[in-house]
Ligand binder design. Sequence first.
Ligand SMILES: *Cc1c(COP(=O)(O)O)cnc(C)c1O
Length: 423
Amino acid sequence: VVHDGPVTVDRARAERLDAADPLAAFRDQVVIADPDLIYLDGNSLGRLPVRTAERLARAAREEWGRGLVRSWSDWVDLPRQVGDLLGIRLLQARPGEVVIADSTSVNLYKLAAAAVDARPDRRVIVTDDDNFPTDRYVLAGLAHERGLDLRPVHTDADDGVDLPALTRALDDDVALLSLSHVSYRSGAVADLAAVTRLAHRAGALTLWDLSHSAGSVPVSLTDAEVDLAVGCTYKYLCAGPGAPAYLYVRRELQEQLRQPIWGWFGQRDQFAMGPEYDPAPGIDRFCVGTPSVLAIYAVEEGVRLVADAGVDALYRKGQALTGFLVELAEAWLAPLGFRVASPRDDARRGAHLTLHHPAAWQICQAAADRGVIADYRTPDRLRLGPAPLYTRFVDGYDALDRLRELVAAGAHEGYPAEPARVT
Ligand SMILES: *Cc1c(COP(=O)(O)O)cnc(C)c1O
């Protein structure tokens, strides 16, 4: 039992929380190659589901190896089928509103371009200055290409988007508001429905990036009347490095919108090989080229697993886990110069927790050498992503215990202060 700080936290409490965890059995559904490794980076690259490894091997052998090109009759509708699975079970979308395609960055470009083209008399794209880099760059590139203005609303790096500031930014010149639902840096959750309402009141379309929320936080696209959304599948959805992303277009908008990359997978009667581009009806028009079949199988397995656990249960566990980490951080790490750089209110946090420390990068490297995988984010932040599908409370306890020990001993001081190519 530890008595340093305002709360008393012992490992037995973490063990009791694990014993009462309704999701505990899901840990057996993912590959744990090294039981001593504490993996707190499920928000960056989710673990490999056991069934995915089997499915990929089987599909490669049978469908590709034996079936060859004949398998395309089964493969060709996968992007929509798996899109529906993801949309209906995890995002509260309706059938035909979600498709798996391309990367998040490319989908963001396609949908943002479609949105500004649908509001030709408006000249402004609004985002926030703490949005994920690819989102800011893609929107800036689009604004540059079309001669539009990008209006970045200032956002507190710890606390998330500020509704009054957004309200001031949304005037009748705004074509599109594009934000992340959960901040990649702090885990702060934006109010999907309230922000979407604000944008609609100003006559703008909304494009949400769900990369850090799908599979960890409830997302109600239909209830919130969201217009457009994108997100990646390799974080909480465990589809593997570089797995294709998804895009969502509200049914009522699909026929009004055109995306700028006119590929043959977005074409009506694709195999008629007609002379001119004529966009397919429905969500298919937002596709471009040949889908990544094997990787979509990995998306399907990951989504199934997450959906079987249930988003509400995952959300509750994510809040409990990060809440537990906050408690430990206050008791053990605050005296060592750490500060919680995420919203403290459980209801305003996604499934990751960020800690500020001036030596965050060095601590991150030292932690990795002591079997704790977290990640470093600017400025001076250590990000802990205890993915609720497979992370235990004892993992959180042991990770913060190791962090405390290494920082108290100054073990991080010998590590390079200059960030590496990948952090
Ligand atoms: C991870 C992430 C992405 C990733 O985009 P890619 O095109 O897959 O590299 C985009 N946006 C957000 C908010 C993310 O968290």
